[in-house]
Design a protein around this ligand. Structure first.
Ligand SMILES: Cc1cc2nc3c(=O)[nH]c(=O)nc-3n(C[C@H](O)[C@H](O)[C@H](O)COP(=O)(O)O)c2cc1C
Length: 206
């Protein structure tokens, strides 16, 4: 089967990209909306793109009423945000927080998670999250009317005790169990890990 992406609609392209390119990591983005309402929502068109400077990207489509996502609005207004990583312990709350609530409604109260204000940003970080990254807005990349793409720089990282070795900075293989997004309402755990031996092709001169 061959599909020319130029000949299909936006919805079909979305289906193909989210159905084929997975699992995706999940950023549970937390921000304050105007009026100090603590907002959070998951975004899985998300990944790290550079370590120096330490950059991540987020990509947003529009709310079903065509409006800008509240998270994006808050990021662009304040130039700051927090990315909380999602493990098994908060997967359900993350999923529930994706509902399109009105601006005056706090997802924190709706789904039952708590926050503390960041150290380097004036936005809430999720206390139940295994890892939270305080970020400042770095760049906006113009893509098109359906998509907004932004890059953020990580300023500070908070991690639950035991996840990161403070001396080596290695991340524990037994204390961190992030979940990944598949498509639609499906997720995967990261428990079924496997190792490939460090083999190399022998030099043959070819
Ligand atoms: C696991 C998951 C991942 C999601 N990823 C994205 C994404 O990458 N981009 C996006 O625009 N919406 C994504 N959504 C939908 C948003 O979470 C949803 O539109 C949310 O209501 C936005 O909230 P806000 O308007 O408060 O920012 C995702 C939803 C779920 C459940």
């Amino acid at each position: 089967m061959e599909i020319s992406l130029q000949d299909i609609g936006t919805k079909e392209k979305y289906k193909l990209l989210t159905g084929l390119i997975f699992p995706r990591p999940i950023a549970l983005v937390s921000t304050f909306s105007e009026g100090g309402i603590a907002n959070c929502a998951p975004f899985s068109w998300f990944n790290a793109i550079s370590e120096d400077p330490p950059l991540i990207y987020l990509s947003f489509n529009r709310r079903t009423d065509g409006e800008t996502k509240h998270s994006l609005e808050n990021i662009l207004r304040t130039g700051e945000f927090v990315v909380n990583l999602v493990d098994e312990s908060i997967a359900n709350e993350m999923h529930l927080s994706s509902q399109e609530f009105a601006k005056h409604v706090s997802e924190f109260e709706k789904v039952g998670i708590s926050w503390e204000i960041g150290k380097t940003v004036t936005h809430p970080r999720i206390l139940e999250a295994p890892v939270s990254m305080e970020c400042k807005f770095y760049k906006r990349v113009d893509i098109g009317p359906e998509r907004e793409f932004i890059i953020g720089e990580i300023l500070m990282l908070h991690a639950r005790e035991g996840i990161i070795d403070p001396n080596s900075f290695y991340v524990s293989e037994t204390q961190f169990w992030p979940v990944g997004r598949l498509s639609g309402t499906k997720y995967c755990s990261t428990r079924d890990r496997f190792d490939l031996p460090n083999s190399r092709f022998e030099k043959t001169g070819d």
